[in-house]
Design a protein around this ligand. Structure first.
Ligand code: UDX
Length: 436
């Protein structure tokens, strides 16, 4: 099939590349010329495991190309994916201006039937709004389809190539048939394609992310309670997770969820509910608790140092909002850095992928180490904010040599408590007893 993907952000690029991988001809369109030139030259603008192989292969085999010219990009496309940003507007509701603007531009260019697919996370009713933009700007027939993505950063290629499910929101039989054919190779293993109306599909995406954010938040509160009552959240997690109805995944407490999706989507769903005069109480609580959770590690540090961090040196391992990505959007580590600096501390950071992004944002207010051990040199304590595999089994002897004090505040529960006792560390993690 001939496909156009408008927007080459994270979602657009993964979608375009993975659609080319099953033999489709994909043109990706973006307005940023520099980015398009780089991609034409074979440079991938994001870090995502496994994407580079597919990206280069499909460019080499002429199935994946890039342009800044919208007319050229959509001319032959049967299906046009819109993967454009929907950032929170001033009031927290999703800002649809990119999507509606692109819809208008596309409407003015098309001369034959197209399926227009909303891949971005958009509030309920957006498909209708997009359809209205087309109706106002062209007489050409289009079908507007909602097709939310459920890609996790770090495993996005796998999530796209072997999705748990594909959700296609359209009431048009013609669009349903085309979309079904497009996705057939991805669900060969027997996972379902759910066809539904546009509004149910749009809400499915928000409901999925908000549910997952709620699940994490619930565990964070259980962890906080564990600390107070002297229980171990790891035990509680295992104890409840083996119940199939609860499930083992997404029960790991930490220092709050971050990333480009959960914070934005929970907020947008709550706003959408308000717009429809519905008071979605649980989402308000989730947002409140998550804000607070981002400060628990710094609070532990402050308590340990009796409120005085002036002149203290801290090493911070992990900057990305989660492992296997260089993405620092809404990353808890950024809040920790801010809090430590505000308290007068010195901070040295290390992350396997995200240092460049943090440098661009934070600059020389903090120090950047070349490896995880260099970050520890002369530090009064180590803080861990992201559970990169390389942090899970460090060389403790090497750590002991460079750390000023054997003190670790772990926001991701990476280490075994008994091991930390044996090694003689002060070890303060989330929802578990403090080793001192
Ligand atoms: C999420 C959804 O999982 C994906 O389906 C959707 O399409 C986009 O948003 P992503 O933002 O890549 O994906 O990250 P995810 O792996 O879901 O993690 C989100 C946040 O939750 C991270 O900050 C992570 O650290 C946190 N998290 C996750 C926990 O704190 N505990 C857990 O058990 C799981």
């Amino acid at each position: 099939m001939k496909i156009a993907v408008i927007g080459t952000g994270y979602v657009g690029l993964v979608t375009g590349t993975c659609l080319a991988e099953t033999g489709n001809n994909v043109i990706c369109v973006d307005i940023v010329e520099e980015k398009v030139n780089k991609m034409k030259a074979g440079q991938l603008p994001i870090y995502e495991p496994g994407l580079d192989v597919l990206f280069h292969r499909n460019i080499a085999q002429n199935r994946l190309s890039f342009t800044t010219n919208l007319a050229e990009g959509i001319k032959d496309a049967q299906i046009i994916f819109m993967a454009l940003p929907t950032p929170p507007g001033g009031d927290g509701a999703a800002d649809l201006s990119y999507i509606l603007g692109a819809a208008k531009d596309i409407a003015k260019l098309i001369i034959e039937y197209k399926v227009i697919v909303n891949k971005s996370t958009v509030p309920v009713g957006t498909a209708d709004k997009v359809a209205a933009v087309f109706a106002a700007n062209t007489n050409v027939e289009v079908d507007v389809v909602s097709n939310p993505e459920f890609l996790r950063e770090g495993v996005a290629v796998d999530d796209f190539m072997k999705p748990d499910r594909v959700v296609i929101g359209t009431t048009s039989e013609k669009a349903k048939k085309l979309m079904g054919e497009l996705y057939a190779p991805y669900v060969r293993q027997g996972n379902p394609i759910y066809y539904m109306d546009e509004r149910s599909s749009e809400l499915t995406k928000y409901a999925a992310n908000s549910f997952l954010a709620t699940k994490i938040t619930f565990m964070n509160e259980i962890a906080n309670l564990c600390e107070i009552v002297g229980a171990d959240v790891d035990m509680v997690r295992k104890g409840i997770g083996s119940d199939d109805r609860i499930g083992k995944r997404f029960l790991f407490p930490g220092i709050g969820y971050g990333g480009s999706c959960f914070p934005k989507d929970v907020q947008a769903l709550e706003k959408a509910a308000v717009e429809h005069q519905y008071d979605f109480k649980i989402l308000k609580a989730v947002m409140d608790v998550n804000e607070k959770q981002k400060t628990v590690l710094t609070e532990k540090v402050l308590k340990y140092f009796k409120g005085d961090l002036k002149g203290k040196k801290f090493a911070l391992w992990g900057l990305a909002f989660k492992p296997e990505t260089d993405d620092i959007r809404e990353a808890p580590a950024l809040y920790i850095i801010d809090d430590l600096l505000a308290a007068g501390a010195e901070v040295t950071v290390f992350d396997p992928e995200a240092i460049g992004n943090v440098k661009a944002l934070v600059g020389d207010k903090i120090n950047y180490a070349n490896d995880q051990y260099e970050a520890l040199e002369g530090a009064d304590a180590l803080l861990i904010a992201t559970e990169w595999s390389v942090f899970r089994n460090p060389d403790f002897e090497k750590m002991d040599e460079v750390l000023k004090s054997k003190v670790v505040f772990d926001g991701r529960n990476l280490f075994d408590l008994q091991k930390m006792i044996d090694l003689g560390y002060y070890y303060n993690s989330i929802g578990r007893k403090i080793i001192s």
